[in-house]
Design a protein around this ligand. Structure first.
Ligand code: NDP
Length: 445
């Protein structure tokens, strides 16, 4: 590793010893960026990397709310505004009991590079809370969201910071958050994305991350003379990203044979029936286990990590961080899987990524492969500013073009730095250079 990069990394580890997810993301990014600093020694004089790894600001707050029994509950809220060198902060809100500062910092850090890769003018941020929406009534979720926004509204705005959905935050939560922002500020502005279609949302936003993942996967496969046609595909998760990744993979000729949730996974050799998954997950907010009870021939197995033992050609991890570990990677290689493209953020551990790459599996990291969601969020911001709504086809065509362009950018950055087909290196370098140039232009701020 470049000596300057190593020094900054050592400092980062010493200052944040308990932030394991953030340090994991930083390890991947800084290792990949090392050759950039060999080429640009001038960055050291202006402390560019020290500034790049430190968020602009971190906001942490109490979120009190009253449950259906009249009891006061208290959760912790976060917003990490990581870097706004190329545009307003942009990045989702996650509601999950595993949320802590390390998780939000890793997501915000990745978001800076991802947003840069889209080619659109958006900086990076992320937020959320350790609130668990599972098992809560609509009214409880509403009271939580109202309390969360009562604090958050001070720090966000259409040209300042524009949050969106993530794990546990879909159309329902965005609606409650938006309603509260409007009530407090009196503003009807594009402060959130992922909004409902009748109140400022964009067509194709719901589908964007999953569709974009498959457009990216397809572009990468094409380069290697491959395609989805007739291939077995495993998609982990069964949330927003997973459902629309499975849909597009199927439309492109793949056979999606397995999906999961945090409890376990289902296998359907005939190809997963997405109408059933959507009914269970989007309408009933149920468990994936119910799929096996409803579809003859399908089976269910407890434990979500087992999904990687299902034989496949293409794996699309779309659930959560570190869901694909070394054992999973070994199982994939053993079953001759040739492509892993990340729909989730950092779903593959560092060891698993290395193992896949060393065994010739084409690997596209989440910051490039799942950028379609935030890209269409930025298109939602554009439509809000224009006071216009584009058609589904128009947004989908732009999304397709953006994903093809991201692939070109990461492919040529990897080549330029002598690491052809290493899309981890390509994505980190291509994303970083644009932000770095803007930071240089803005002076030491
Ligand atoms: P959802 O909440 O809609 O779905 C998440 C899925 O992952 C569910 O099936 C869930 O299962 C599973 N999951 C969540 N936590 C865990 C866990 N700890 N262990 C195992 N499985 C888990 O979220 P999204 O689909 O929106 O997000 C999925 C991933 O994609 C995340 O990493 C997110 O950051 C990333 N992403 C999302 C974007 C978007 O536009 N939504 C954009 C870019 C990235 P269960 O229901 O049992 O909890």
């Amino acid at each position: 590793m470049n000596a300057y990069v190593q020094r900054v990394f050592d400092g980062l580890k010493a200052r944040n010893p308990q932030e394991k997810e953030f340090l994991q993301a930083a390890t991947e990014v800084l290792e990949a960026l090392s050759p950039v600093f060999d080429k640009h020694p001038e960055y050291e004089k202006i402390g560019l990397l020290e500034r790049f790894v430190e968020p602009d600001r971190i906001i942490m707050f109490r979120v009190p709310w009253v449950d259906d029994q009249g009891q006061v509950q208290v959760n912790r809220g976060f917003r990490v505004q990581f870097n706004n060198a190329i545009g307003p902060y942009k990045g989702g809100l996650r509601l999950h009991p595993s949320v802590n500062l390390s998780v939000i910092k890793f997501l915000g850090f990745e978001q800076v590079l991802k947003n840069s890769l889209t080619g659109l003018p958006i900086g990076g941020g992320k937020g959320g809370s350790d609130f668990d929406p599972k098992g809560k009534s609509d009214n409880e979720v509403m009271r939580f969201c109202q309390s969360f926004m009562t604090e958050l509204f001070k720090y966000v705005g259409k040209d300042e910071d524009v949050p969106a959905g993530d794990i546990g935050v879909g159309a329902r939560e965005i609606g409650y958050l938006y309603g509260q922002y409007k009530r407090i500020t009196g503003l009807y502005e594009g402060v959130l994305t992922g909004k409902g279609l009748t109140w400022g949302g964009s067509l194709a936003r719901k589908e964007a991350t999953g569709f974009g993942l498959c457009y990216m996967t397809n572009a990468m496969l094409r380069k290697h003379g491959l395609s989805f046609e007739g291939k077995r595909v495993v998609v982990s998760g069964s949330g927003n990203v997973a459902i629309y990744a499975a849909q597009k993979a199927t439309e492109l000729g793949g056979l999606v044979v397995a999906m999961s949730d945090s409890n376990g996974y289902v296998v359907d050799e005939k190809g997963i029936d997405l109408a059933v998954v959507k009914q269970i997950k989007e309408v009933e907010r149920g468990r994936i286990k119910e799929y096996a009870a409803r579809v003859p021939g399908a089976s269910y197995t407890e434990g979500f990590r087992g999904i990687w033992t299902v034989k496949c050609d293409i794996a699309l991890p779309c659930a959560t961080q570190n869901e694909l570990d070394l054992d999973g990677a070994k199982a994939l290689v053993a079953s001759k899987c040739f492509a892993v493209c990340e729909g989730a953020n950092m779903p593959t551990t560092l060891e698993a990524t290395q193992y896949l790459q060393q065994n010739g599996v084409y690997f596209v990291p989440g910051k490039a492969a799942n950028a379609g969601g935030v890209a269409v969020s930025a298109l939602e911001m554009s439509q809000n500013s224009l006071r216009l709504s584009w058609t589904f086809e128009e947004v989908d065509t732009r999304l397709h073009g953006i994903m093809e362009n991201i692939f070109k950018a990461i492919d040529s950055a990897a080549k330029e730095y002598g690491q052809e087909d290493n899309y981890v290196t390509g994505a980190n370098i291509a994303g970083f250079l644009k932000v770095a140039n803007a930071m240089v232009a803005h002076g030491c701020v």
